[in-house]
Design a protein. Sequence first.
Length: 539
Amino acid sequence: MKLQPWIRTLFIAYVLRASCAYSSRPNFLLIMVDDLGIGDVGCYGNKTIRTPNIDRLAEEGVMFTQHLAASPLCTPSRAAFMTGRYPIRSGKWHLGLNCEKSDDFCHHPRSHGFDYFYGITNTNLRDCIPGHGSVFVAGAAKYIQATFQISFLALFTLVLISYSGLLNVPWKLIFYIVSVTSLLLGAVIFFFWNFQYLNCVLMRNDKIIQQPLVFDNLTQRITREALQYIKSNKDTPFLLFVSYVQVHTALYASQDFIGKSNHGIYGDATEEVDWSVGELLNELDRSHLQNKTVVYFTSDNGAHLEEISSSGEVHGGCNGIYKGGKSTSWEGGIRVPGLFRWPGMLESGMVINEPTSNMDIFPTVLKLAGSPLPQDRIIDGHDLMPLMQGERATSEREFLFHYCNAYLNAVRWNQRNSTSIWKAFYFTPNFHPKDSNGCFASHVCFCFGSFVTVHDPPLLYDLSKDPEEKNPLTPQTEPHFSEILKTIQHATETHKKTLQAVDNQLSWDNVIWKPWLQMCCSSWTEFCYCDYDYDFKLE
């Protein structure tokens, strides 16, 4: 089976075929929450958000305390999760749904190995819910203003030159510039003005069933689909990937949960996700599948600290004691919940403090499913079963390379025969948690230019003594400072030799809106409106 990185998903399920033909092969329930902070979960220390069902997984299974996302951003982290490879080997995957025409679905999950799909194929954004503000308007306004200013200056210059007689400027050229500028500005304004209709779409398999997406009871509808899938496949080995839209903004919660937590809409959404996890676990019990199913729970990256609603309400989560958040390689951006449960095969209540990665899930699942690892590419993940079953005391992984987009940000060294876990930063974001709640001015922390501070020599921390990354070491405070950095640098050079150049997935050609590829469930005269998901009922 070829698993490739692809677009973000809300919910995916598929049945393992030949590799799971024997009853001894387990089922898999893989659960991923979007932007959930490690400090938002009870078993990781939270005392005010109620997560009894997630905590149940820790009580009945294995809890990793150093489980790390391969990227501090959603899509590259998910690409790593799906492929078992550093996302730098594939590039950031966010190309939409279609390639050549509006219904070829070349990037659809069912075109990449899945048998069933229910969910959204684009990022959940504030722009999808009226009244929640926008993550684009400010930037779009600057683009429109800059384009207008440049075009006006060019036109004024051409008219002045033509009027003065210095050069005969064809009026057709002036008309062409005005027309093209107007067309581009019109397209940009149309796109963002109608963002909700064009980009917020719910699909079941290859059919658009709701456009624009209605968020009412969405988590409950996801739960309904997952429960029905388990019931329908309880006699056939399956892999079910439940990837919640929450708690990425735009935040929402159903009437059963709205206003019930101590942390506003963010807490409400988190507690509803926990309820959903409980429903899935209960269905495994009812179907007598609990001992036949490997359950994995995680988040794609740390909580997004900079998320503030248009009304000023904090919509980001908590990363506990850890510094930073989403889009940073500080621990708060990459250290995420990591829980496994497999009754009878994994000891309950086990806590593992070794560094692990969400890249490790791919080889772990393939091993348990009886499928060989692909031999035509480098797999960076490691099978976690020997660690979880006590066959190994330490992780197979000695080094982890933390990227911020395409830039190598930091390197982690789990030194053998030592209690120390070293982490070296080549650059750090200009992060001001006390003054502006992280990188608030830019909504996320960027990885380049004036947004970062480059360190030479790299900043060095010992996470075993300083997990909050407060006190960088120096040659005076760490006698082996130089030797540690040399070892890390050597590992980095070895790692870089394994990388091959890939296409820039964020080139203008890839990211610019292409109207001819636009999804539309009805005619354009009906403005792409449909709703076939209204008959909601959770049994």
